[in-house]
Design a protein. Structure first.
Length: 219
């Protein structure tokens, strides 16, 4: 059996968790427990991700890596991994810190999912959840089109006809979820303004309406 695969360490769940832990070390205003709660929320609110890599499996992977790193023949790791792990771990040995992360994730998994009112969405989380909205900026904020309405029409029609069912339907889902999660201007400002500075609730509503019109007229 192959005992070492580089992407186990430098990509995917382990790498993302180390990135979050390092960010918390560098910024005392960020709490590791909160970032782990957001990590679990990201997985558990995505059926596809939860099917492929549930939180319990991520915890088990961290325990497995911890055991491997403490074994008599630890696996070779990619360049830079040991340094990242050491920074994330602080005063703890790397394997012990991985076990700590594993235990914290298990605790988080037992808790109800925190709503964005309880735990505001971080920028990295919003980019993942609302990536298609963020990318739509070109159509409405680039200055390429004469006015907002023209930019929206062009953007909504940009994937017609082959990818409307995939891309535009996914955009519509993101728009609807954003409007439901952030029902007021105050909530919007606390959750999405950093990631989508060009938008507002009325702007997203107008884009969603344009998507619906396109679907009705062209499909």
């Amino acid at each position: 059996m192959t005992t070492y695969t580089g992407t186990v360490f430098n990509n995917g769940a382990v790498s993302r968790l180390l990135d979050l832990a390092v960010a918390c070390r560098r910024d005392s205003a960020r709490a590791l427990e909160d970032e782990l709660a957001r990590f679990c929320r990201t997985i558990r609110t995505s059926p596809e991700t939860d099917w492929a890599m549930p939180v319990a499996t991520v915890s088990a992977l961290l325990d497995l890596l911890s055991d491997q790193l403490e074994s008599g023949k630890p696996p070779a790791t990619p360049i830079g991994f040991s340094e990242r792990l050491a920074e994330a771990a602080g005063d703890l040995p790397g394997p012990e810190f991985l076990r700590l992360l594993s235990g914290l994730l298990r605790l988080q998994e037992r808790e109800p999912l925190p709503h964005v009112d309880e735990l505001p969405m971080a920028a990295w989380e919003a980019v993942l959840k609302f990536g298609r909205i963020a990318e739509f900026w070109w159509w409405v904020d680039s200055g390429e089109y004469e006015d907002f309405d023209e930019g929206v029409r062009q953007g909504v029609a940009s994937e017609h006809p082959n990818r409307c069912h995939q891309d535009m339907s996914a955009l519509a889902a993101e728009l609807q979820e954003a409007l439901l999660l952030f029902p007021t201007s105050q909530a919007w400002g606390a959750g999405l303004v950093e990631v989508i500075p060009w938008a507002s609730r009325p702007v997203l509503r107008a884009i969603l309406d344009a998507v619906h019109v396109h679907f009705e007229e062209q499909h």
